[in-house]
Ligand binder design. Structure first.
Ligand SMILES: CC(C)(COP(=O)(O)OP(=O)(O)OC[C@H]1O[C@@H](n2cnc3c(N)ncnc32)[C@H](O)[C@@H]1OP(=O)(O)O)[C@@H](O)C(=O)NCCC(=O)NCCS
Length: 135
């Protein structure tokens, strides 16, 4: 697992590419905010090619006392190999090390894979946010 500051433009581009793949799959909302580079991330890499095959992007939201898991994505060919689990563990360790009591994330109601995965990882209490377009 490689820990990165997304202020590094190359890492930011890699994270954006993985986020876009998730958006094209319909797993991550198309209208979500772009990554800006203020975030931090862990990457999982292919041992032989170095290619990023998974990412967890997280940050401390202003005024909050917990980390927000902003993006979690593993490329389809590498799923069900506990890479997502290792990425979440890495973020949990950072949160614990920094003295934060919890990590939170949001997902679409339709993303049942993420919800099953999250329950497996021990996430339980949830809040549902809904939105309605003004136009
Ligand atoms: C959700 C995601 C990150 C999981 O990554 P992963 O590396 O495949 O997950 P893991 O291998 O660590 O899974 C751990 C456990 O979670 C559960 N789980 C994961 N994917 C599952 C699925 N598709 N169906 C049912 N359970 C699942 C299983 O219990 C699994 O353990 P097991 O394989 O031993 O049964 C991955 O499916 C993904 O990138 N999805 C698309 C992007 C996305 O939805 N991101 C979240 C946006 S909020």
């Amino acid at each position: 697992m490689q820990e990165c500051d997304l202020a590094d433009g190359n890492r930011l581009d890699e994270a954006r590419a993985l986020m876009l793949a998730g958006q094209l799959e319909g797993a991550i909302p198309l209208d979500r905010p772009e990554l800006t580079g203020v975030e931090d991330a862990f990457f999982a890499r292919d041992n032989s090619t170095g290619e990023a095959v998974g990412v967890a992007v997280y940050y401390l939201p202003e005024g909050f006392d917990h980390l927000w898991l902003d993006i979690l994505y593993v490329v389809p060919r590498c799923r069900r190999q506990l890479i997502g689990s290792a990425l979440v563990d890495a973020v949990m360790r950072v949160a614990k090390h920094r003295g934060f009591p919890k990590v939170e994330f949001g997902t679409m109601l339709t993303n049942e894979t993420m919800q099953r995965f999250a329950r497996h990882e021990g996430f339980d209490k949830g809040v549902v946010y809904m939105s309605k377009a003004t136009a």
